[in-house]
Design a binder for this molecule. Structure first.
Ligand SMILES: NC(=O)c1ccc[n+]([C@@H]2O[C@H](COP(=O)([O-])OP(=O)(O)OC[C@H]3O[C@@H](n4cnc5c(N)ncnc54)[C@H](OP(=O)(O)O)[C@@H]3O)[C@@H](O)[C@H]2O)c1
Length: 511
């Protein structure tokens, strides 16, 4: 449906009306940056199109770059047009009428006083009801300065309306810094005011893990060590480090993908049913899983974790450079661009079931999926073709081609008892007319509604760091076991990752 028609159609508006938040102001720190332009503002626009933005909504951008309100709007409009080439001037005008910009250093207290006055004026002008969200979209080294200045300016108070703070990832660089950041932010904001982002949780398909598990009765009885052989969680990227070498060199794949996204997905797969669909009930169950991760030991680490770094290779027929040849990367860098980790969860449900997590750059394709691989039948009747029988697999494709596939054996028509693996398939693209929403659209809306279910609690983030620290510190302080680079760009990663599978019949899935 064309946008104008969508906006004019009252029935359509009614469809969305039950989740329209109260009036509020959203203040984005780092407003001149990539995330604001490429993700946050397009997500806000999508909410606007669906009539899900509050009736009175102000956006205040803050960063050090000198800009007027008009410059700010002009830049936002230009970047929004990249993802929405049909954007009309009239819709843009109506979307952006309450957009403002404040130029200021993150440690310049006067800028916070000016912001406080601007927010008060906006409340008086258009009734934003003193509800404020402060979104930290800057590099993490300025998070603490912003948080303490917001406190000093009284912008954390909730006397007239709510005050919430959204903190982008990464939340800390290691356990010690995550703890320190938690202390700093909790000196100023209460836990129920804090929204730590992991944008994976905003993805439809990740939320659907909860619906799949807890809105169906068929999965629960088989969701345990008796029936599941192992679980694979893969997040593969075909891109290299691109222009983010500065960040990636000090981060690497464990901080970039495991501490947050892969561990969160593992929690949703492994957690016990929560008592209610409520933020703390869900987060309590996720926390138990993070705390049940069997500690990695230095002595046996190589049996549980494999690191890799891409060398030159071919992707889609094109020659691509190795990691050490990328701009901004130390030519002797030991930063891992690939990791595979075998996690054991010491719980009754999952005792002895390996969770095999892997992620890497410059793998053959971009795909994120979870596969639950079931045990073989206890008594194989069809002896003639035992070797061809494959165990059942439930595959949840998180992106792209979002959907779920159950793989099972069936008889090939004919006079012999020949079996073949077939698929039962659900695809979002063919089942639902509505496209899946962008993660940030859902997360911004939930924050405005005060729903923290899809955000990370402070203790969760610390438990995830704690589990990962032995691997991180070992890898940072020792040379790789084999030579780096140890996998070619365009391959599925280092061969050593196969050793994690333990059993000959287990295979990493080719996505
Ligand atoms: N981009 C993404 O897709 C993405 C995805 C997930 C998470 N994140 C997280 O979101 C946050 C913002 O990411 P981004 O990609 O938008 O970053 P960015 O473009 O590098 O930075 C955002 C803004 O922060 C300010 N800034 C940059 N370097 C600074 C410094 N050293 N000190 C103070 N201010 C600085 C800049 O504004 P001024 O110079 O005008 O002040 C810049 O426009 C980061 O924490 C990042 O980890 C980003």
């Amino acid at each position: 449906m064309a946008t104008a028609a969508l906006l004019e159609n009252p029935l359509r508006q009614g469809l969305f009306s039950d989740r329209v938040p109260e009036p509020c102001s959203l203040v984005i720190y780092g407003a001149s940056g990539d995330l604001t332009h490429r993700k946050l503002v397009p997500a806000l626009y999508d909410l606007f199109e669906k009539h899900m933005l509050p009736t009175s909504f102000n956006l205040v951008g803050i960063s050090r770059s000198k800009m007027t309100d008009e410059d700010f709007k002009k830049h936002l409009k230009e970047s929004l047009k990249e993802s929405k080439p049909q954007l009309s001037d009239s819709l843009w005008e109506s979307f952006s009428q309450n957009f403002h910009y404040v130029a200021g250093g993150y440690d310049d207290f006067k800028a916070y006083q000016a912001l406080s006055k601007l927010l008060d004026d906006l409340d008086a002008e258009n009734g934003a009801a003193a509800n404020r969200i402060f979104y930290l979209s800057t590099p993490p080294n300025v998070f603490e300065a912003i948080i303490s200045n917001l406190g000093a300016a009284g912008l954390n108070r909730e006397e007239k309306g709510y005050a919430r703070i959204v903190i982008e990832k990464p939340f800390g660089h290691d356990l010690a810094s995550a703890k320190e950041l938690n202390v700093k932010v909790k000196e100023v904001f209460k836990e129920n005011q804090i929204y730590r982002i992991d944008h994976y949780l905003g993805k439809e398909t990740v939320q659907n893990l909860l619906v799949m598990r807890f809105a169906n009765s068929i999965f629960e009885p088989i969701w345990d060590r008796r029936h599941v052989d192992h679980v694979q969680i893969t997040a593969s990227e075909d891109l290299g480090v691109g222009s983010r070498a500065g960040y990636y060199e000090s981060s690497g794949v464990l901080r970039d993908m495991f501490q947050n996204h892969l561990f969160q997905v593992m929690c949703l797969i492994a957690m016990e049913p929560p008592v209610t669909y409520e933020a703390n009930a869900i987060r309590d169950e996720k926390l138990k899983i993070l705390k049940s991760i069997r500690p990695f030991e230095e002595r046996t680490l190589s049996q549980f974790a494999v690191r890799g770094q891409y060398g030159p290779g071919y992707l889609a027929g094109e020659r691509v450079p190795g990691y050490r040849q990328e701009e901004g990367v130390n030519p002797k860098s030991i930063t891992p661009t690939y990791a595979a980790i075998k996690v054991y969860l010491d719980t009754w449900r999952w005792h002895g079931v390996p969770f095999l997590l892997r992620s890497g750059k410059r793998l053959p394709k971009r795909a994120t999926e979870v596969s639950i691989q079931f045990k073989e039948p206890p008594n194989l009747l069809f002896k003639s073709n035992v070797s061809e029988l494959s165990p059942n697999v439930l595959v949840v494709r998180i992106q792209p081609d979002e959907g779920i596939t159950l793989k099972f054996e069936t008889k090939v028509p004919g006079m012999t008892m020949e079996a073949k693996t077939v698929n039962m398939d659900f695809r979002y693209g063919t089942t639902f007319a509505e496209g899946t929403s962008e993660a940030y659209e859902r997360l911004l809306l939930d924050c405005m509604l005060g729903d923290a279910t899809l955000f990370i609690r402070g203790d969760e983030t610390e438990a995830a760091w704690e589990a990962l620290m032995p691997v991180l510190s070992r890898w940072e302080n020792t040379e790789p076991e084999g030579d780096f680079p140890n996998y070619e760009a365009g391959s599925w990663g280092p061969a050593a990752a196969d050793h994690l599978l333990e059993k000959s019949w287990r295979k990493w899935r080719r996505l």
